[in-house]
Write a protein that binds this ligand. Structure first.
Ligand code: NOJ
Length: 745
């Protein structure tokens, strides 16, 4: 009985911990403690705090071994370790730090990108849910599991805007839209960090990669971002600003250069904008080796020069390049680097260590490890993973074959991805175990035990060679999984060809032609993929990304209609690679594209339209969204603009719709996109039910980065569009009166 009560209390307490964390972290003032510690530190010890090494056993970048790190930690010459994934190892390392003169604890980091042990959908998949509460919740759970492993800091969220499907790292972010990316950044950070870092189930977040890493030329990873100042500020920086406003503890610089300056060497970005203008109080960390790489970019004549440039730019911690270790003490002693810069960086790092509670108890997180063997707790986490998986799936096509109806009793399940477990975990999987993954094959068998399900390989997962097919006449339905492998998207996974392999597409065609039965295609992948050849032969198409530990159950819930699809694309799916980069909020042109016209902005061998637009996603029911309604036709500056939109469910299933609100600044002093997302509302409706959703826009929401290099809002006409996809919208308009103002954005 007693055990029972304790258990219930634990669960109640636990759920309070999981939910009760929102808004900016509350901070105590540790400045006196930090200053007094700083005064006791030698220059070597100070520089040590700015050094971070990867554990040798897990390397997430080009190998640089450092045999001496154990001795260095004992001497207090290391501030942080990362890639440690066992509690024992974390304890051993912290024991070493406790042998140092000042006993400054290490801070442990890890890439917990979409889950620690319970793996959630890849971030791009989660973004497709358009469910910010759920996104926050999965980050919350990830933080809870991560901290139970004794890890204090995740290198997430990635808040890079990704407009080019060739770039492999789009999978780690929230897609192509700046407004939505900023909301997702906030949700993830609040989920990871909560309101008090010293609570035992939170971790520090790290918004990365400052900045414009996703603007890599031709989608090639690590390549230059040659973009205008306006694009940098208007498109790529707002998610970072949103992260700072949400109280993010740390930021990571990118590998790329922006308009001639490597991100890690970028003084304007790290110091002037981030720390001075935006008032960021945490610390910045380089990406893996990116300080050393400054010299390879051709800025700085050698590693020492690169070090000088990075520290002057404001890069507080060196991730695994050994540059600070090799050069920083000398640079200060030679007068090339002002010691105040070092003090400033160390002050930021120590403050966060105090805020984390590390000085009170360097091991404080380790005693929660038992929680992870508690089945009830893990099951709760997996329940969220299952729901998030279903919410992430996007229904791209449905010729009324889904959801699976009761008369379907004989199903052919084709393609090895249906049995894949490791792939379901995606590229970043922390300690996620493939043995704990529910495959699609398992999920479907559990969901419809009455049906006979026959697995057929169809093609070889390694080389895509087609395998012979049996007779298909006896089946009522064919479900085929195609796409890329999990490790085909992520860091260093840029591609010139994002078509689904031609043999896989041929297989779908053959399945339809040979059987003439309903064919359902499950598309798996970490980026927009192209599948025009097979599209006409599939009766239903679902984009299922990589859904994590509960992947199979999430897919089965969608196929059976237990969960009515509600996902929307956070990225545009092109028809051809040659259309990349393609994104919905492109600028207007003097010669807009219209079909069958020569002198228009498009291609002479393909339409300018995508295969599937941003915001698109079907449901098993049919929603109708009315024209947005405003209270007035004219508004003054600083007057809130209330927008009402009526949504109706005209179909026969209950479902969730995401009402999307887009904006157009009709005439402005610099050209603006055709439309830009400025709000989303999710609404659940029973058949025949209707509801009115409300949006409120403020003057700041109408602003843009001007010639004068500040955000301004100009008076004049604005159009507002509401709908359930960026290509299915109804419009209204209003006028903004008075003179323009500049904002502090
Ligand atoms: C390189 C990646 O760019 C970065 O996102 C990651 O956090 C580090 N490696 C550490 O693994």
């Amino acid at each position: 009985m007693r055990k029972y009560i304790v258990y219930i209390l634990l669960l109640i307490n636990y759920s309070i911990l999981l939910n009760d964390l929102s808004a900016q972290p509350i901070k105590k003032d540790y400045s006196r403690k930090v200053d007094s510690l700083l005064q006791q530190m030698t220059l070597e010890e100070k520089v040590g705090q700015m050094i971070q090494y990867s554990n040798d056993k897990l390397q997430t970048g080009p190998t640089i071994k450092n045999q001496n790190h154990v001795e260095e930690i004992k001497k207090g010459m290391v501030g942080s370790m990362f890639n440690i994934i066992t509690v024992e190892r974390a304890r051993q390392y912290q024991d070493l730090a406790m042998q140092s003169r000042l006993k400054i604890p290490l801070i442990f980091g890890l890439d917990v990108v979409h889950g620690m042990r319970t793996i959630f959908p890849i971030p791009l998949g989660e973004a497709a849910s358009f469910d910010l509460k759920m996104i926050k919740k999965t980050a919350r759970i990830a933080a809870s599991e991560t901290s139970a492993y004794g890890i204090h800091w995740t290198f997430a969220p990635m808040v890079d805007i990704a407009r080019d499907a060739r770039w492999g790292r789009g999978m780690e972010g929230a897609g192509e839209d700046t407004w939505y990316g900023s909301q997702v950044a906030k949700a993830r950070i609040e989920g990871f960090q909560g309101t008090d870092y010293s609570r035992q189930n939170t971790v520090l977040a790290c918004a990365k990669h400052l900045a414009a890493y996703g603007a890599a030329l031709a989608g090639k990873d690590y390549a230059e971002a040659d973009i205008s100042d306006a694009t940098l500020h208007q498109v790529y920086l707002p998610p970072f600003h949103s992260a700072v406003k949400a109280g993010v503890a740390t930021l990571m610089t990118g590998f790329n250069e922006i308009n001639g300056i490597p991100a890690t060497a970028h003084k304007y970005l790290q110091s002037e904008l981030l720390k001075e203008k935006w008032g960021f109080k945490g610390f910045t960390v380089s990406d893996w080796g990116s300080i050393g790489e400054i010299a390879r970019h051709g800025m700085g004549k050698d590693n020492k020069d690169a070090t000088r440039i990075a520290v002057i730019a404001g890069c507080d911690m060196d991730m695994h390049s050994m540059s600070y270790k090799r050069n920083l003490v000398d640079l200060v002693n030679e007068g090339q680097v002002d010691v105040n810069l070092i003090d400033n960086a160390v002050r930021r790092i120590l403050t966060l260590k105090y805020e984390l509670g590390l000085f009170d108890d360097p091991y404080c997180y380790n005693n929660r490890y038992q929680e992870l063997s508690d089945k009830k707790i893990i099951n709760e986490h997996r329940k969220s993973a299952r729901l998030m998986g279903s919410k992430s799936i996007v229904l791209l096509k449905n010729n009324q074959v889904l959801p699976i109806q009761p008369h379907i009793s004989n199903i052919a399940l084709i393609g090895p991805l249906n049995k894949a477990s490791k792939d379901m975990l995606g590229n970043w999987k922390a300690v996620g175990d493939e043995k704990e993954v529910v495959t699609v094959d398992e999920g479907l068998r559990n969901a419809i035990p009455h049906a006979q399900i026959s697995y057929i390989e169809g093609y070889d997962l390694e080389n895509n060679e087609l395998k012979p097919l049996p007779a298909l006449d006896r089946f009522d339905m064919i479900i085929v999984a195609v796409g890329e492998r999990a490790m085909e998207s992520g860091e260093a996974r840029s591609k010139v060809d994002i078509n689904i392999h031609r043999n896989q597409q041929l297989l779908v065609k053959q399945l339809k032609e040979k059987s003439n039965k309903p064919v359902v295609a499950l598309i798996m992948g970490g980026r927009p993929l192209i599948f025009s050849d097979m599209e006409p032969y599939a009766d239903a198409i679902l984009m299922t990304w990589w859904l994590g530990s509960e992947a199979g159950n999430s897919v089965a819930d969608i196929l059976t209609g237990k969960y009515n699809p509600s996902g929307k694309l956070p990225v545009t799916f092109p028809k051809q690679v040659g259309q990349c980069p393609i994104y919905y909020n492109q600028k207007r042109t003097g010669r807009p594209w219209v079909p069958n016209n020569l002198y228009v902005s498009g291609y002479c061998d393909e339409t300018a339209l995508p295969a599937y637009p941003f915001g698109f996603g079907l449901s098993y029911t049919q929603f109708e969204i009315d024209t947005p309604v405003l209270e007035k036709e004219k508004y003054f500056f600083n007057e809130p603009i209330k927008v009402k939109v009526k949504v109706r469910n005209n179909g026969k299933y209950k479902g969730i719709e995401t009402v999307q609100l887009y904006l157009q600044d009709v005439v402005s002093s610099i050209t603006r996109p055709l439309i830009e997302l400025c709000g989303i509302r999710q609404v659940e409706l029973a058949p025949k039910e209707e509801k009115i959703v409300e949006f409120i826009l403020f003057t700041e929401d109408l602003s843009f980065y001007s010639h004068e290099k500040v955000f301004i809002t100009e008076p004049g006409e604005f159009k507002l569009f509401a709908g359930n996809s960026s290509d299915n919208l109804r419009a209204t308009s209003f006028e903004l009166l008075e003179t323009r103002i500049s904002s502090n954005k």
